[in-house]
Design a protein. Structure first.
Length: 295
């Protein structure tokens, strides 16, 4: 059996440059060739491999492209190493990510092994961002923001939308319920202690259900969704929550839904970055991976 044919080095260089720069013209300028030459080399490489390396017109990597890119980079780096020269330490590809707490624990971390497997050469540095506020420990390459968007001065992509519904612990439902109107009436609301949060205001539910009540001004209040859900599970009262963020509490039975209705939230999670950030391949890789993962 003949050994597998090694792809042409110019094609591999074009693939690496296009994956990093996400622009045919930029890759062509870096490689000192024409844009049509870059496109031809990519088609040649995909034809030889029998793989599609890019998914969309914005040159996001396909799953096969994501898996192949680290191997190509290692190969090109090895070929660039001169005989007898000391092995140079490759610069660390590091992405600094600011992320809101509950999104990090419930949405990002359970999926993060997928990014580590796809990009083992990328080092992630996570720090806390405060929802609804531009507060983080230090400057970050990428930031998960929670709000209505869009945000001025940054590029962004919406990565998570959600619906809201009132929930409480089984013990509190037995204490204050039953809520025969599925918590969709003013009478049900009047019987309960309402847990408050600016992250999930009650007026979203009141308006959807035709309940003519103002935003509550009394009751326990939390500015972190995870703490709010823990408080509800401990019997503090009824809270309005985003269902995707509350999935662990609901699946475990610590909380139960009081209504089959789910109201779309006008607030979403956005992944944001300053213009030019995605010229670094590792940042572009994370944006592509998270967008695909949560699609």
């Amino acid at each position: 059996m003949a050994p597998p044919r090694i792809p042409p080095i110019p094609s591999l260089q074009a693939f690496e440059a296009l994956a990093r720069l996400r622009s045919v013209s930029a890759a062509a300028e870096e490689l000192n060739v024409t844009p049509s030459a870059v496109s031809h080399r990519i088609r040649q490489l995909e034809s030889q491999l029998g793989l599609r390396l890019f998914d969309r017109g914005d040159f996001a990597l396909s799953p096969d492209g994501s898996a192949y890119l680290p191997q190509v980079r290692l190969g090109l780096q090895a070929l660039a190493q001169l005989p007898g020269a000391s092995v140079a330490t490759a610069p660390i590809a590091r992405v600094r990510l600011a992320v809101t707490p509950t999104f990090s624990r419930q949405i990002l971390l359970p999926r993060l092994a997928g990014f580590r497997l796809a990009y083992p050469d990328v080092e992630l540095v996570l720090q806390v961002a405060i929802p609804l506020a531009d507060v983080k420990a230090e400057d970050a390459d990428l930031e998960v923001r929670y709000g209505t968007g869009p945000y001025a001065g940054v590029e962004q992509v919406r990565v998570l939308t959600d619906t809201v519904c009132p929930v409480c612990s089984p013990a509190y439902e037995a204490e204050a319920g039953p809520f025969v109107g599925h918590f969709e009436t003013a009478a049900d609301v009047a019987r309960a202690r309402l847990i408050r949060s600016p992250l999930v205001p009650w007026h979203l539910w009141f308006q959807a259900c035709g309940i003519h009540l103002p935003e509550p001004r009394e009751g326990s209040q939390f500015n972190d969704v995870g703490l709010m859900l823990d408080a509800a599970a401990a019997g503090f009262g009824v809270t309005l929550t985003r269902l995707k963020l509350a999935a662990d509490w609901l699946d475990s039975g610590r909380l139960l839904r009081l209504s089959p209705r789910a109201v779309p939230s006008p607030m979403h999670h956005f992944l944001c970055w300053k213009p030019g950030t995605l010229q670094r391949w590792e940042c572009a890789a994370f944006v592509d991976w998270l967008s695909r993962t949560l699609a």
